[in-house]
Design a protein around this ligand. Structure first.
Ligand SMILES: Nc1nc(=O)c2c([nH]1)NC[C@@H]1CN(c3ccc(C(=O)N[C@@H](CCC(=O)O)C(=O)O)cc3)CN21
Ligand SMILES: CC(C)C(=O)C(=O)O
Ligand SMILES: [Mg+2]
Length: 281
């Protein structure tokens, strides 16, 4: 039997406020030095499970392109694809802040385009904040959204919508590029972003960015020093075939689902299911 490990729990993670987590709660957690978890969600039932577990922030990621829709990158997914998933996550949760990831092509063209897209996610899907990828190249977009009262989560490092420009999913921010990323992070904070995701960057860079910023950093493949950590839920649950190095598997849902569906199939073919207890008369 394994001995229980004492896990320090933050007031943000598992908070019992009875209302939604807000950007103010997220800011206060950094001031208190409390780390918190974020996970993706794409439907109401998983959102409810994560919400009831006390996860303070749920991200409806454009990773839905890959884990929900089966594309091999995040580029093909549209606003219309993500809108119903976002609405479902909002309906399935009551305490988490729900962040809508703006998909490729829905905000890059102009601040006006970014505002129109973000307003749809807030108004029609009920999202509480939006996320977009990029640094100084999207500052006008960030400023337009913040001016409209829309909380913006930024995203630096391995920004998957730029996978074709990077030539693959590779670590970002090594050497000189680290100084560029630091400058992007500071400018995003100055533009009013309430948090910034750091994806696939050296831990030392993520630590420097985290201590240099007043807003929280959310790491994925960015080492242990960021204020928060995010994973795609299918990765941490063991549903993903070949997860990245930064993924830790906390469950083997693929194995469990395989076992369960084979058991059902065997009982159907063997005439065992349904028995009397699952039958109406
Ligand atoms: N299921 C899932 N999980 C994710 O974390 C995720 C997505 N999908 N889709 C969108 C992006 C793509 N992401 C990825 C995908 C692959 C690697 C990857 O294979 N990385 C290499 C590192 C290569 C290097 O060392 O430069 C690895 O071996 O982990 C990283 C991030 C993260 N995001
Ligand atoms: C992995 C997170 C940060 C993301 O952007 C997504 O799931 O789309
Ligand atoms: Mg994303």
């Amino acid at each position: 039997m394994s001995s229980p490990v004492a896990v320090p729990k933050s007031a943000l993670y598992g908070g019992q406020s009875g209302r939604r987590i807000t950007v103010r709660d997220v800011a206060a957690a950094k001031e208190r030095g409390e780390k918190w978890p974020m996970v993706t969600a794409y439907d109401a039932m998983t959102a409810r499970v994560f919400d009831e577990a006390g996860i303070p922030v749920l991200l409806v990621g454009d990773s839905a392109a890959m884990v929900v829709y089966g594309y091999d990158s995040t580029l093909p997914v549209s606003v219309d694809d993500l809108m119903p998933l976002t609405a479902a996550v909002v309906r399935g949760s009551s305490r988490a802040m729900v962040v809508a990831d703006l998909p490729f092509g829905s905000y890059q063209a102009s601040p006006q385009q970014a505002l129109e897209t973000a307003v749809r996610f807030m108004k029609e899907a009920g999202a509480h904040a939006v996320k977009l990828e990029g640094g100084r190249r999207v500052l006008p977009q960030v400023e337009a959204l913040v001016s409209a009262g829309i909380p913006v989560m930024a995203h630096l490092g391995l920004t998957p919508q730029s996978v074709n420009a990077f030539g693959g999913y590779r670590v970002q921010g090594r050497g000189q590029a680290g100084d560029e990323l630091m400058a992007d992070a500071k400018d995003l904070q100055a533009a009013g972003a309430f948090s910034v995701v750091l994806e696939c960057v050296p831990a030392e860079l993520a630590e420097r960015v985290t201590t240099s910023l007043a807003i929280p950093t959310i790491g994925i493949g960015a080492g242990p020093s960021t204020d928060a950590q995010v994973l795609v839920w299918q990765d941490l649950m063991g549903l993903t075939a070949r997860p990245a190095k930064f993924v830790k598997k906390y469950s083997d849902l693929a194995g469990e689902m395989d076992r369960a569906v084979r058991a059902f199939a065997d009982e159907v073919t063997g005439g065992v299911f349904p028995s009397a207890e699952h039958t109406y008369h």
